[in-house]
Design a protein around this ligand. Sequence first.
Ligand SMILES: *Cc1c(COP(=O)(O)O)cnc(C)c1O
Length: 410
Amino acid sequence: MTRNNSKKGKIFTVNSKGFYGSFGGAYIPEILYSNVENLRKSYLEIMKSPDFRRELDSLLKDYAGRPTSLFYAERLSDRYGCKIYLKREDLNHTGAHKINNVLGQVLFAQRLGKTRIIAETGAGQHGVATATVCALMNLKCIVYMGATDMERQYLNVEKMKMLGAEVRPVYSGSKTLKDATNEAIRDWCCNPEDTYYVIGSTVGPHPYPDMVARFQSVISKEIKKQLKAKEGRDYPDYLIACVGGGSNASGTFYEYLEDDRVKLIAAEAAGKGLDSGCSAATIHLGKEGIIHGSRTLVMQTDDGQIEEAYSVSAGLDYPGIGPLQTFLARSKRSEVFAVTDRQALDAAMELTRMEGIIPALESAHAVAVLNLKKFAPLDIVVITVSGRGDKDMETYLKNCDYKNKNHKRS
Ligand SMILES: *Cc1c(COP(=O)(O)O)cnc(C)c1O
């Protein structure tokens, strides 16, 4: 099929009520209604205004370091028998795609006259990006983080503190991301006047999923231009991205959502395996429910209690998933692979040795799809490397036997 139906109805764009199909919406406590309603009414207008665009574009370019490169991975291409490009979000300031969204939302908060920024963080990447931009803009910043995650991601905690943010430990529940999110929402309920809540992924109540997807869409806008220059056509055959909450995937897919020449592939974390009881594969295992203000798929017990998610990668162990990614999967627009810890670790090692790029463990889940799906020789495959692997060195040290591997070139 070579039909480009971008001129037809945009079925994958959020509707006016905040739904993608039956997923999404804004299930929020009464006290947040006026805040969320205010956001909903103003976000598109503010995001489209010329002075907002100018300021954001200039920060993306000179502060974050965009455009990030689209790198032709020659050795990987030879091995897998197709043309593989890597979209290098790992080259952004603070080491991941998160900054694209945070720059946008903090500018947005300033336009709304908010003076206090709160955020939640799991692995700490979103917290670090938020603390970074608040330092730049001289704004008060409070980051909620599960106590377990604070131990696991000690260095990111210290970075946030060095940047001037207050990191508040959360001791409830499993002391991880979902609990930090609960606590951030609680704070927001108590301080609706002066506080802006910077959500780190395409999750939460409408308009957050759509707003974050739009801020991350810079990824696919660049892919379009870069492919045009390198390949003479502005679309790939396949796009591959990992999915935690869905923001780097949504940004990678955004410009191509309605273009059925482009096949979309999402990689979620199977953890120790789909049947192991230790997994974060929400699309494969989740059931419909409501989490953090949004109707989507949720890892839950039969009586509706949210289950612990597990992945070796701290950025993917969220028991929910953004409503856009759920809708894409359920309507078969995307194909979803569940990638185990081991497959991701091996893919990280392979990318490192073959291309000299140490990826974030999250991103390695996307790279692992190369071993799970067969591509044709002329296929152009773009994989988004959402972040760099510095933060994961300890995990690599523990789980990859690289010290005994020599420098043999294959
Ligand atoms: C946070 C993070 C992710 C997962 O979040 P998404 O919203 O699904 O993109 C993936 N990769 C990296 C490097 C991250 O920091």
